[in-house]
Design a protein around this ligand. Sequence first.
Ligand code: GTP
Length: 309
Amino acid sequence: MSLPVLVLTGALGAGKTTLINRLLTGAHGRRIAAIVNDFGSINIDAELIAGQTEEILGLRNGCICCSLQGDLLRSLKTLLDRTPLPELIVVEASGVSDPAGIIEALYDPVLFGHVTVEAVVCVVDAQAITDDGTVTHDPLWQAQVAGADLLVLSKATGLSEAERTRLHALMAAQGKSRLYDPDRDAEELELLLLAPETVQSGAAARLAGLPRAPVTADRFATLEWTRDGALSMPRFQRAIQTLAPGLLRAKGFIDSVDHPGTPLLFQLVGRRATVERADPATAPGCRLVLIGRAGLFDPDAARALLEGC
Ligand SMILES: Nc1nc2c(ncn2[C@@H]2O[C@H](COP(=O)(O)OP(=O)(O)OP(=O)(O)O)[C@@H](O)[C@H]2O)c(=O)[nH]1
């Protein structure tokens, strides 16, 4: 029997982890394993998903479309040895992954007959597009959208009908007509994601024959920052404001001297930042991953700023 694999792609902060958590917490009773790939060396995504499934494997410090292809294969083999076997494996790519590279790894002869990539799904951040239309000009964004069987819209709550129509037209212009909004098409979308073999538009097979997209990780600069103790929230906010122009994505857990004993989850996508209470069981201290545009984001300067918090 070949295990179905669902590959989830999408830009940095698009909403991939949120979609996986939604899937894992559904009342469907399916045994789902997840492999999540964080670009940095701190595995924030695995922590954000842990608790929803016992089968979560985190791949860090690289990208499964290139440097971590071997780790992806090893993780899949680990899952294939589990008893009971998962019924579905979801592979969450990092936001900088080229889908063709992931498929290249998954079409490894060692896995042949054991796993089948049934569908490639791309999460498209509606807010990012309405905030800044130029995101759709990015070759990586285009490769992720073009390489998908279907698209899932995130952050679409509150969009006007005119904006939705414009988004559908934009996706149609990319040759994509299958665009699902979890707020409106929740049931149909869940059925498709749980049974990816029914998606059937053959993106994986097409991607397997494609050259890699002209996208490389050196467009990005990253910083992983940890501290055993707490930080000052007002100073942290000022530091983030200073860094924001060069940042694309930041996330992680923080302990604040202003809220002792309350672990916080910090998220930044583009210019939007949120801080919320994290799971109370979160390990104490601060663990942050910051990803910026190479040349605009200086990890050493960012580290110095954070140390001053
Ligand atoms: N309002 C709203 N926020 C969302 C939605 N999906 C994701 N978010 C928020 O967007 C931020 C990033 O979401 P994630 O699910 O972590 O995105 P991701 O694609 O896994 O991010 P990376 O893997 O780090 O690139 C978080 O603050 C989420 O709460 C959505 O549909 N609506």
